[in-house]
Design a binder for this molecule. Structure first.
Ligand code: CU
Length: 165
């Protein structure tokens, strides 16, 4: 008999166990990332004192889910909005339950439609800058996925407002 209990795991076993745990964590992270993709993100630039703007992108959830919330260091409040007709006027309103992302179908967030509303802005957002936005997706299996987006700030130019003489 030895005066002490033999170790349950020798160093080699512990190393292998750590390795497989690391592999498992890597696979879990990979699986979470592959579910939803965010393409062509951008934020509409603001003028001084402007308190709100929109963030737009094409979001595709491979297995379906909902965009349930978002946040950004440049905004005090961030909501998921839609534009909808109320009588004869186009109005925007918050989607309290979030934005539905059908499986495998790209949902286009664009001016005049769905958008991530950045409100209570802490600074002017100038063209050429980049805004960090965190999107929270609740997947069909109820697991939550967090996506960090770096959205370039762009000017919204439409033929109606972009006349130059
Ligand atoms: Cu809005």
């Amino acid at each position: 008999m030895t005066p002490y209990d033999p170790p349950i795991h020798n160093p080699k076993e512990i190393l292998m166990m750590r390795h497989s745990l690391f592999m498992l964590a890597a696979l879990v992270a990979l699986g979470a990332q592959a579910q939803t993709t965010v393409a062509e993100p951008w934020v509409r630039g603001t003028v001084a004192q402007q308190m709100a703007t929109g963030m737009f992108a094409k979001i595709t959830s491979a297995k379906g889910g909902r965009l349930v919330s978002a946040s950004s260091p440049v905004a005090g409040v961030v909501e998921i909005h839609e534009m909808a007709m109320e009588g004869n006027t186009m109005k925007m309103r918050a989607l309290p339950a979030g934005l539905d992302l059908p499986a495998g179908k790209a949902v286009n967030l664009k001016p005049g439609g769905y958008h991530v509303m950045l409100m209570d802005l802490k600074q002017q957002l100038k063209v050429g800058e980049t805004v960090a936005v965190t999107l929270v997706i609740e997947r069909a299996d109820k697991a939550r996925e967090t996506i960090e987006v770096k959205a370039p700030v762009k000017a919204l130019s439409t033929p109606a407002t972009d006349h130059k003489h």
